[in-house]
Ligand binder design. Sequence first.
Ligand code: SAM
Length: 486
Amino acid sequence: MNETLDKEYNFEKKIKTDNDIQLNLFQSANNATIRPIHYLGSKLRLLKTISEVIDEVDDTSGVVCDLFSGSGTVAKYLSAYRPVISVDIQEYSRVLCSALLNPNESKYSVSEFVEMCKNSNHSKLLKKCFIKLEQYEEKCIKEGACGNLEPICDLLDNGSIITYEKGYREDISYQLSNTIEECIKNICELKLNDRAQVLVTRYFGGLYFSYKQAVEIDCILEQVFNLEPKYRDTYLAALLSTASDVVNTVGKQFAQPIKARNSDGSPKKNILKRLQKDRIIDVFECYEKWLNIYLSQEKSNKNHKIIKGDYADVLETLDDTVKVVYADPPYTRYHYSRYYHVLETICLRDNPEVSMNKAHGISRVSRGVYRKQRHQSPFSIKSESYNAFDVMFQKVSRINATLILSYSPFDETKESTPRVLTISQIEEIAKKYYTSVEIVSVGEFSHSKLNHNDKNFEINYNAEILIVCKNAINGGENNEKHNRKI
Ligand SMILES: C[S@@+](CC[C@H](N)C(=O)[O-])C[C@H]1O[C@@H](n2cnc3c(N)ncnc32)[C@H](O)[C@@H]1O
């Protein structure tokens, strides 16, 4: 990486919004570092090291493929000085990478677009439709502030409209039930039931967002989908970043709506504070900030490609113009699709079937209101992960590219760590396809260069690790045959 970029990387800018939302955005002068969403296992802190290792194995600034691009931070950083191919199975990742790597011309000025979202007919209809729920939530908060936390706990437990529609009404209060019924009647009268136009409010309002926030997200989403497809990704990415900032969960993921009660059923003491921290964030204001950020990115003159697809299928389509493949697959049995299902649904806008859970003989919509058809990654399934890695090494070696694999902290002695494969298992697979397999612990990289044979540092297996695989066996030619034996 060149020196200027290096210096610019250190220019860290933390942007705070007026109402003190932390956008958690670190922007370098050339926009190479952006944190578009709060993301588990984000490689934000390792960007410089990853790019140094890539430069070390390929000094031609050749094409790099970010095979599991997730939030897009790695792809974005690398795109400043190399052509990048970003790959991920999820639509939200494609949208983010598209907006980050190939930012498009703005169709409207930021304020113009936000005004359109606020004042559209659709926006007026939705406001009217859900006003009773908005007001009811405000009332619950007021009662909570006066010491009665029951109504707000009830809302958090039972406030999801889709859960109500699917027939789960076990412990819901009469007041909440009536208010939801009234809103459902409004939706039906407007013939919006089962329509994408009310999706976020129906699925996630009251649960991950306040009703007001959910309605505003729906208003923006409608306007985004009215745009021509070529403009859409940038405006949609800004909405994903907004949803990630305003979501009311611990850690800003979407796997678990916050729990209102202690195990004995009593309301959690700090529930109101916990709730208001996120639910007072103004969606339009937050969206405006993000849209500004996306639209003010510098255009890249490199030819970047963004592909939504399964890693194995996409690798089949790549050729030896790709010099380096950077891979950061999932390593635990927890599926990423569960943590980010809300973002996926916002992008697909497809009114998905929701998964059901059975407890005490009663079947009800899963508490997190997950999509039924969520992607189940073979990397996260114990019985499939070995083969998933094998296929990856084989297919990358076939195009004779260097493979740089990220591996997160892991202590093999701790049985509870839910990593699906150990480092030694991964090394074993790598050596089937590559003559040179080196493990670099990220902290030590700055003191040692990959080409040195006399590395005298100890690998720290509890730190983030990069497994660098160079020199495909017989230039990758034999690996087609090898694969048939898998
Ligand atoms: C650890 S995350 C990548 C994080 C990324 N490096 C970042 O910094 O944001 C793993 C990613 O792999 C993707 N993934 C899982 N299985 C996949 C598959 N079969 N094909 C393509 N992508 C997959 C997930 O959707 C997820 O985004």
